[in-house]
Write a protein that binds this ligand. Sequence first.
Ligand code: CA
Length: 232
Amino acid sequence: MHRDRYPSERSREGSIRVLLVEDDDDIAGRLIAGLVPAGFTVDRADNGADGYAMGADEAYDAAILDLGLPEMQGLDVLKRWRAEQRKVPVLILTARGTWSEKVDGLNAGADDYITKPFHVPEVAARLKALIRRSSGLASAMLTHRGIVFDTGANRVSLNGENVDLTARELKMLNYFMHRIGRVVSQSELTEHLYALEDSRESNTIEVYVSRLRRKFGSDLITTIRGLGYRME
Ligand code: CA
């Protein structure tokens, strides 16, 4: 698979992960040259089939999708993602004067479009607006310290690598990621994890916390003696 990564110059926490599906090297190069210094990490696919697979494999904050692509048309890529409930915000690139492309793209589930030729700062601003909007939805993309948690698909990645979590671990991570920097008591976690069950052994909370630490780094969750835990 053709897969090029252009990491952001910023820290991982601050970077926005974008999938760019564009076959034109000049256009792709211009976007990468403008987006990377602006805090985006860009993965590029140069054909529709690879772009589809990359978007299906990993949780991106947003995707830039050209419509005229070899191997699989952009519109088909988008339709397949949406049919599979992939909610990544998509910005489509269209040629000037092709209003029907825009309509088709929006109907297929695109969130916004931009017309070629474009200015890269405008693309960056639109991507950020898309991500802001989508993170306000119920099935949000939670991001923190390299962790990307797609709560709609229940998929989690760390620094771009998928992480397998059990249902309880997902639930606990979700709870913590909504309360970053706040102390969460053991009883609160117990309530949340075992809402409908009888066996409420508080020592199992410690087990799940240590599993999350093992998977995401020991310093992610701090124990606050006598009070509970805090995601840093
Ligand atoms: Ca093209």
